[in-house]
Design a protein around this ligand. Structure first.
Ligand code: THG
Length: 290
């Protein structure tokens, strides 16, 4: 199944038959404290730099979240979208669970953007899906039901199904839904990653839809997060995940390596190109830091 995201000029295809797509996670003050201060200071240069750097390091889509207690989100969202669009041409992922903020972001992002996210709660489905439908956007569906995050993969599959069926009734096709099986930290529960991996397998087999992960969640609270994130991402890709909201600077090479091993990179072209580009970037960034 092909999920197509677009800007006004460019498109990105997410599919099990294509290389894995990285959705840059850094434009989110919850996961990156320095950005929160930059938003409070209305420092759009910082935003642009973050956008450019993530795309340079291999992000093909950028997540944008402006949630911060001192920021008026409904005004800030379109400003950040505009700032990002002024420096990079990639489809955007508008990240909020407030319908008004989503609409404000979508209005500023032409093409076919991604919405992060909707869950299986009736209130959310009823407020977010009509916006997705009207805009012709793609939406990430979190496998959360009325009772919160299910503990088992079977229950998460059910939550995914409820979202897909509800969307279908509204005229949103399955290719415009990306299921997120929810990644929790293995620091609290040693079975957490296995439940996510099993959910990927079940959802793929049952619905064939594309699957996204917030991969860096898996290592919250642990040391050496990079090793844990890398190992997890590789397992998830083998299981059938097709995109991830993650840090391209840290995980771009892991993604390219895994695509190579999974036969998704003919003649190692992407891998070699990534190596050459990032080798130069690393030198440039080291020189700048001096
Ligand atoms: N699914 C969907 N969306 C998501 C998630 C998901 N959005 C948010 C999150 N999970 C994915 N994004 C991040 C962003 C940052 C981090 C983890 C996940 C992160 N940041 C470091 C930290 O918090 O320690 C760096 C902090 C810093 O540099 O200030 O780990 O699962 N659909």
């Amino acid at each position: 199944m092909n999920t197509i995201l677009k800007t006004d000029k460019k498109e990105v295809v997410i599919s099990i038959d294509k290389p894995f797509v990285i959705i840059g996670e850094k434009l989110n003050p919850t996961g990156f404290k320095k950005l929160g201060q930059a938003l409070v200071d209305q420092d759009m240069e910082f935003v642009k730099k973050l956008a450019r750097r993530q795309v340079d390091w291999g992000a093909e889509v950028l997540d944008i979240n402006v949630g911060h207690p001192q920021v008026e989100e409904i005004r800030m969202m379109p400003r950040v979208v505009e700032a990002v669009r002024s420096v990079v041409d990639v489809p955007l992922c508008i990240d909020s669970n407030d319908p008004g903020i989503l609409e404000a972001g979508l209005k500023a992002a032409p093409g076919k953007p991604l919405v992060n996210s909707v869950n299986g709660e009736e209130k959310q489905l009823a407020s977010v899906l009509p916006i997705v439908k009207d805009r012709g956007a793609v939406v990430i569906g979190l496998t959360i039901g009325e009772e919160g995050i299910p503990k088992t993969a079977e229950e998460r599959l059910k939550a995914a199904g409820a979202i897909i069926e509800r969307a279908a009734k509204m005229g949103i096709p399955a290719e415009d839904i990306i299921i997120d099986p929810l990644v929790m930290t293995v620091g609290h529960d040693s079975g957490a990653a296995l439940v996510t991996l099993k959910t990927i397998e079940l959802v793929r087999r049952e619905y064939g839809v594309n699957i996204n992960l917030g991969a860096s969640n898996v290592s919250f609270g642990l040391p050496d997060r990079h090793s844990v994130n890398s190992a997890f991402l590789t397992l998830a890709m083998q299981m059938g995940a097709t995109c991830s909201i993650t840090d391209p600077v840290k995980l771009g090479s892991v993604v390219r390596s895994t695509d190579l091993l999974l036969g998704k990179d003919i003649n190692s072209m992407r891998f070699l190109k990534y190596f050459r580009t990032t080798e130069k970037l690393r030198e440039l960034e080291a020189a700048e830091a001096k």
